[in-house]
Ligand binder design. Structure first.
Ligand SMILES: CC(C)(COP(=O)(O)OP(=O)(O)OC[C@H]1O[C@@H](n2cnc3c(N)ncnc32)[C@H](O)[C@@H]1OP(=O)(O)O)[C@@H](O)C(=O)NCCC(=O)NCCS
Length: 143
């Protein structure tokens, strides 16, 4: 099941994100403190989602405009114990569908140049590199 992040998810998401810290160094969109995660629920112009399999949160994604950008940026992570079996692809596709529903025309993202797994995933779905900034690529997809 893919749905918006809810208050009842905060503790499980907190545990998941903190357990992925060692492998998830590429994913640093915000702090993983519990208070910060609770505050996300009040952000009206950013959108946060969870992927739930067998009643467990195994994926987390976001579309964020911060109220100032016309196009949202994507971020996402799959629990380290559940990678490599298609959930990252599924999380991204669901999130892009939501972006369409929200009437966005494009989605952007920034990815570290050595995050080969994520870059492969983004290219597979149709993201194109548009700019290199230091050791990161900006990529975009038209919806
Ligand atoms: C990036 C991430 C979300 C991918 O999730 P995943 O569930 O492992 O990916 P999937 O199993 O759905 O694989 C999708 C595609 O990713 C690429 N991929 C997955 N594992 C890979 C590997 N070990 N080596 C190279 N490419 C790989 C492939 O293109 C794959 O498509 P294919 O199976 O048709 O070859 C996951 O690795 C992750 O959470 N990484 C840490 C956080 C992160 O880097 N987030 C992105 C930065 S915003």
């Amino acid at each position: 099941m893919f749905r918006r992040l809810e208050e009842k998810d905060i503790y499980e998401l907190y545990k998941m994100l903190n357990s992925c810290k060692d492998n998830g160094e590429y994913f640093r969109p915000h702090s993983f403190e519990k208070l910060k995660l609770k505050k996300l629920l009040r952000e009206k112009l950013n959108h946060y989602f969870v992927l739930i399999i067998n009643d467990k949160i195994i994926g987390y994604s976001m579309l964020r405009t911060f109220g100032i950008f016309p196009h949202p940026t994507f971020g996402g992570i799959i629990h380290k114990d559940h990678r490599g079996v298609g959930f990252g692809h599924s999380l991204l596709i669901h999130t892009l569908e939501k972006a369409k529903e929200l009437n966005f025309e494009k989605v952007l993202l920034k990815v570290d140049e050595d995050n080969i797994i994520a870059i492969n995933l983004y290219k597979k779905v149709g993201f194109k590199e548009i700019q290199k900034e230091s050791n990161q690529y900006w990529m975009e997809i038209e919806l």
